[in-house]
Design a protein around this ligand. Sequence first.
Ligand code: AHR
Length: 505
Amino acid sequence: MSSFKKANMILDKDFIISTIDKRIYGSFVEHLGRCVYEGIYEPDHPLADEQGFRKDVIELVQQLNVPLVRYPGGNFVSGYNWEDGVGPKENRPRRLELAWRTIETNEVGTNEFADWARKANTEVNMAVNLGTRGIDAARNLVEYCNHPSGSYWSDLRISHGYKQPHKFKTWCLGNEMDGPWQIGHKTADEYGRIAVEAAKVMKWVDPTIELVACGSSSRAMKTFADWEATVLDHTYDHVEYISLHTYYANRDNDTANFVARSLDMDQFIRSVTAICDYVKAKKRSKKTINLSFDEWNVWYHSHDADRKLEPWQIAPPQLEDVYTFEDAILVGCMLITLLKHSDRVKIACMAQLVNVIAPIMTDKGGEAWKQTIFYPYMHASVYGRGVALNPIVHSQKYDSKDFTDVPYLESTAVYNEESNELTIFAVNRDLNEPLLLECDIRSFQGYRVVEHIVLENDDVKARNTKEHQGRVAPHSRGDAEVKDGRVVSMLPKFSWNVIRLAKQQ
Ligand code: AHR
């Protein structure tokens, strides 16, 4: 008898969670640190295009196949005058940016970002300022962006060289308004009132838009749950989504506990879903509010460096986490968690996209490269399109400092009916041993493994840096095969796996 740990799984075409909304593979670009300036935009770079956008960065964003990017913040949006960022660049003001204590030059604004998004083949998820501004600025921005012509703000856009409306579909009603750090922080009632009034008039300007109300900035907030219930009480009939944010850290260097943190994300999603449905019941509503997990990632490596930064610089290196291999494993578990809840999570944004807690890093005037977390994000985004299947999983479990019953196997699967492809995403959380996976694919007759991608590394702290860009990178030498209607694989210790199957012709 083998001494290996084992996990069993059953997949069936008919066990469906939901069609996956591709926007769950979204990302986030904030005017913060070097995300915009020196990230997506660096006019002096040898690879900059005619508008100053780095083509090497666009190429990496396209590799990630990012369907949606939240913009322009984040904490930044709560002090932002969107009017500063449109029109002739020479007239744009330099402002003290209070959220991150920098200087904002406004060289990039709404129109440039819309152009960048088109080039990167992605959609913009726009945020309005409900911190220092309110209903008026919000409805004017919708008019500026989305109204075809014949009104003050739409004609102003046309005079700025943008004849066609941008048609931004999804809009965030502010950012983290529950947080005392937020410019214009509000109580749940104060926020609920301004959010519903802004929502009303924004939709009067453009009834086709979808709106995201701010949920709590983390599950750890004291006001969590009451905040969501109160905000939804005010806004229920006027919004489509409520937001969730979460960042995880491994401060006490307990890896087994750290990679179990996706269980917290799972619980967070379950709780917010329950609150949405509680308000639905209370209102006897037919409408269902869905979830926009519009900030999620690992964030802590850069905290010390950020505390030492001099204020009022232009695009200083802020929140530049250099990610480890173990971070990629947790990110993989978080992506699987989002997929498992794809019936309610319709939008999710890895925060952020370039340089700032990001999968892509850039060097000023130099190269762009992939952080460790780039890989699970890319694999999920590229191969995770179709329907999310509901696997029956039996896995041995462990207890860690903050969690009990942590399954060694974290896994889910996506079926793409159009291409006849089935993809299993699987993490082996065991730090020391491989895990024998046996997955019954009873309704997928004639399917064979076409590729088994593995991300593994002997050093959980291994990182990709400017000097060592390929230290953590996937290979396709996984051993998965189909035997007697089962996918069988020895998942390497502490690894992220993508097992791609296709129907044999
Ligand atoms: O993504 C970094 C910051 O984290 C965002 O600006 C804010 O919304 C959150 O606290």
